[in-house]
Design a protein around this ligand. Structure first.
Ligand code: HEC
Length: 157
């Protein structure tokens, strides 16, 4: 009886301890699954492999931008990017559409966070998640209507 009750106590404790962890993983998995399906909006340019098209569409796989400053990455998705940018030593000079505003995509902060979280862990990337709250904070702070260029992003941290 004593053995049985301490056993059930341990079981109860284990359930208590593991429940929040399981929930967090499930939420992360759901965000990545959502991001993966949103990535279909990126494949025409950045390709399913995330490797882009040399000198035309920059890579997301192994990209120093995707795996670098969250401040820059979130701005690029929200508002777009144009003009000359260098990614992994290759120069691009195109137009990345805004996904967070305008007549085109006009995605919510949640969608922007999901697709960024997906690309930051897809292929060979191993960077941490982006939260909806981070996107909301930058959208508010930036208060921007036009695409960024590399020099403007450089000036931000
Ligand atoms: C119509 C083509 C097009 C689509 C669709 C597109 N991009 Fe881009 N993206 C570009 C171009 C072109 C650039 C480089 C812009 C420049 O040269 O100034 C770029 C740059 C980027 C960058 C910064 C450079 C890098 O490679 O790390 C990121 C991050 C990015 N795109 C993510 C995305 C994500 C995520 C999606 C889908 C939600 C997406 N893009 C959809 C064309 C596109």
């Amino acid at each position: 009886m004593k053995i049985l009750s301490s056993f059930s106590l341990i079981l109860a404790l284990l359930t208590l301890v593991s429940a929040p962890i399981v929930r967090a993983d499930a939420a992360a998995d759901a965000q990545i699954a959502k991001g993966k399906s949103l990535y279909t909006n990126c494949v025409a340019c950045h390709q399913a492999t995330g490797l882009g098209v040399p000198a035309v569409f920059p890579p997301l796989a192994g990209s120093e931008v995707v795996n670098g400053s969250e401040e820059h990455l979130i701005r690029i998705l929200l508002h777009g990017l144009s003009g000359k940018v260098t990614v992994n030593k290759v120069v691009y000079n195109g137009n990345m559409p805004a996904f967070g505003q305008g007549l085109g995509f006009n995605w919510t902060d949640e969608k922007v966070a999901a697709v960024l979280t997906y690309v930051r862990q897809a292929w060979t990337n191993k960077s941490g998640p982006i939260t909806k709250d981070q996107v909301t904070a930058i959208r508010t702070k930036a208060n921007r209507k036009t695409p960024w260029n590399a020099a403007e992003l450089e000036a931000i941290k």
